[in-house]
Design a protein around this ligand. Structure first.
Ligand SMILES: Cc1cc2nc3c(=O)[nH]c(=O)nc-3n(C[C@H](O)[C@H](O)[C@H](O)COP(=O)(O)OP(=O)(O)OC[C@H]3O[C@@H](n4cnc5c(N)ncnc54)[C@H](O)[C@@H]3O)c2cc1C
Length: 363
């Protein structure tokens, strides 16, 4: 039996993948933690837009994960998992934004990624519902989205169908690893491989259990769900401060704040103000939109910005880390699941993949 700790999108995706490969899986998740990052995520699958100069290894990982999304999950069943086959528009609302887009365009060109500048009229032709206070946009093809709520439901139903088990418990304080079993707060469970996928909480759990310090910190984010009542936008929209993904059911997912506020579970007024102010500046017809929900999630941020995927050899070769996905967990879930299943099946891991292991911090 393989034990996964954490049923966020990373833990669930890994569970699904392992079950598909014929492995046995049991997932333990804390029922008292309400602010998992996956529940607040907007679900953009946009490696190029997320790319930053010099983050070469991360960009390659994001592109490869997007390829898996496109190849493996973009079939006729794509709607079941919440995938939407659309593209992205980066909107320039003033001269500064325009300069930023020119810089982006140059950067995209250097990476060999095609994007297209659209003037105001061309932008209005494809997105007539935008407010008129913008100058133009940059069109990025196939930078699409997945609905995390639909995806989560799909993964849970598939895990159950394939014979896996998801157990809701009180958040685990301490784990102990022994040969062929694990102790979760003193309770012994048979285990072949153990995967830690506790998102932002992974560092604390490892520290309490093994006295090892991972350079990971919580980064709080707020997003909003708004019912537009009809299809407003075909593309995902990226403004300077917010981004918007319209789902198939006409709900707009709007993100996001990004702040260091520890594990704060509350939604603060300044966070609501930040989102609503920016929405108000960029949308018309706000009175016809209904607020559905405001979500809070804690992103797992690692000091170098890269996820941590690999065995924690200092403790046991059977203990595998899969956390620290920061802003990119939805995008990186498929490749993380593939890498972790290679570790579980004890396949040879190439050097490029080893780069993401805990060993880069001498752990
Ligand atoms: C507002 C917002 C917008 C985002 N937008 C995007 C986006 O557009 N695209 C994208 O790719 N990513 C986005 N992200 C990032 C993405 O959501 C995260 O990277 C991803 O969800 C991390 O998933 P995870 O499974 O590692 O962590 P989580 O979703 O946080 O899940 C961790 C799980 O572990 C469990 N757990 C933790 N500690 C314990 C314990 N001690 N015992 C038992 N269980 C435990 C928790 O209950 C939880 O279910 C966004 C995040 C936020 C907050």
């Amino acid at each position: 039996m393989n034990i996964i700790l954490g049923a966020g999108i990373i833990g669930l995706f890994i569970g699904y993948r392992l079950l598909k490969k014929g492995e046995k899986v049991k997932i333990f998740d804390a029922k008292d933690l309400t602010v998992a990052a996956s529940k607040a995520s907007v679900g953009m699958l946009a490696p190029m837009i997320e790319a930053k100069p010099k983050e070469t290894e991360l960009l390659e990982l994001m592109i490869n994960s997007k390829k898996i999304w496109d190849k493996k999950y973009n079939n006729e069943e794509f709607k079941k998992i919440g995938l939407k086959k659309n593209s992205s528009l980066l909107i320039a609302e003033n001269i500064d934004d325009m300069e930023r887009l020119k810089f982006k365009r140059k950067f995209f060109d250097e990476l060999g990624f095609k994007s297209e500048f659209l003037n105001k009229k061309q932008t209005e032709e494809i997105e007539p519902e935008l407010n008129s206070n913008f100058l133009g946009s940059l069109f990025c093809e196939n930078q699409n989205q997945v609905d995390p709520i639909v995806l989560r439901k799909f993964l849970i139903s598939q895990i159950n169908l394939l014979g896996g088990k998801i157990v809701n418990i009180k958040s685990i304080k301490k784990i102990k690893i022994k040969k062929n079993f694990i102790e979760l707060d003193g309770k012994k469970i048979k285990a072949r491989k153990i995967i830690i996928a506790c998102g932002a909480w992974s560092g604390e759990l490892i520290n309490r259990s093994f006295n090892l310090l991972f350079p990971i910190r919580p980064i709080k984010g707020i997003s909003m769900l708004v019912d537009a009542g009809r299809e407003l936008f075909k593309n995902n929209l990226w403004f300077r401060n917010i981004y918007i993904a319209q789902r198939e059911n006409n709900i707009l997912s709007i993100g996001a704040t990004e702040q260091e506020r520890g594990f704060d579970e509350n939604i603060r007024m300044d966070e609501v103000y930040y989102l609503t102010k920016n929405i108000w500046e960029s949308f018309v017809d706000l009175e016809s939109m209904k607020l559905i929900d405001i979500k809070c999630g804690i992103r797992p941020g690692v000091i170098d910005g890269y996820p941590i995927i690999g065995t924690l050899d200092k403790i046991s070769e059977d203990l595998i880390c899969a956390f620290g996905h920061y802003r990119h967990g939805l995008l990186l879930a498929p490749i993380t699941a593939d890498i972790v299943s290679d570790y579980v099946l004890e396949k040879k891991i190439d050097d490029k993949t080893k780069f993401f292991s805990p060993q880069r911090f001498n752990l």
